[in-house]
Design a protein. Structure first.
Length: 94
């Protein structure tokens, strides 16, 4: 399978977390899901921060902050590491 697109990643994250992540919301649960999506978009696509920000209708600095937060979450919270592994499997990445 070809590399997933941001749209595929968004769909997979929304399915796994059970929430919409592109909506303008500051709900902590949605934020964490969105940060994971930013992280995966950065890891699995060739898109730049501004490109990812455009997809999510955010500023590129928001995406940069979200990727950093996702990296921190992955170090501290095993549940997010499991979620990223499951999402990679859903997207056909190993």
């Amino acid at each position: 399978m070809a590399h997933p697109t941001c749209r595929h990643i968004i769909d997979a994250v929304e399915q796994l977390y059970g929430t919409k992540i592109v909506e303008q919301s500051r709900c902590p649960y949605r934020n964490r899901a969105r940060f994971v999506a930013y992280y995966l978009c950065r890891q699995l696509t060739l898109m730049s921060y501004p490109g990812i920000a455009n997809v999510f209708k955010r500023d590129h600095t928001s995406v940069l902050h979200g990727v950093r937060r996702a990296e921190e979450m992955l170090e501290r919270e095993p549940i997010h590491t499991l979620a990223v592994s499951e999402l990679r499997a859903m997207l056909g990445e190993n």
